[in-house]
Design a protein around this ligand. Structure first.
Ligand code: FES
Length: 124
């Protein structure tokens, strides 16, 4: 009889979970931005991560689109973990710079950050 967790483990393995350095969550609205603006930002994020090869490797970044991050203004709102860097106004036009400077080069973009909440290292 198969282990009921086999399907979960297989899905996680297929997604590369276990090999990521960062996780980016992007709100696609529709209170902080229009759904159209949010979806355009999401498409730009997917494209830029792929273009820079950030699906795997030392700077691998997992991405999730979400329905609300509870800020609900001046979106699209985006947060990068584990740094806990909160960005506002993350339109499709801004996404390529975010991916290049923060996710690839490790340089957060100060002028777009409105809050920070770094997560502590996971217990050993
Ligand atoms: S709808 Fe985007 S933060 Fe609430």
């Amino acid at each position: 009889m198969p282990d009921p967790q086999d399907a979960l483990r297989a899905a996680a393995t297929k997604l590369g979970i276990g090999g990521y350095r960062r996780h980016v969550l992007l709100c696609i609205g529709d209170s902080c931005c229009s759904s159209k603006e949010g979806e355009a930002a999401w498409d730009a994020l997917k494209g830029a991560l792929k273009a820079h090869g950030l699906g795997s490797g030392p700077n691998a970044c997992y991405r999730s689109k979400v329905g609300c991050l509870r800020i609900c203004c001046q979106g699209p709102i985006l947060v990068v973990y584990p740094e806990g860097t909160w960005y506002h106004g993350m339109t499709a036009e801004r996404i390529p710079r975010l991916v290049r400077e923060h996710l690839l080069e490790g340089r957060p973009i100060r002028e777009w950050i409105f809050a920070e909440n770094p997560l502590p290292a996971a217990p050993a």
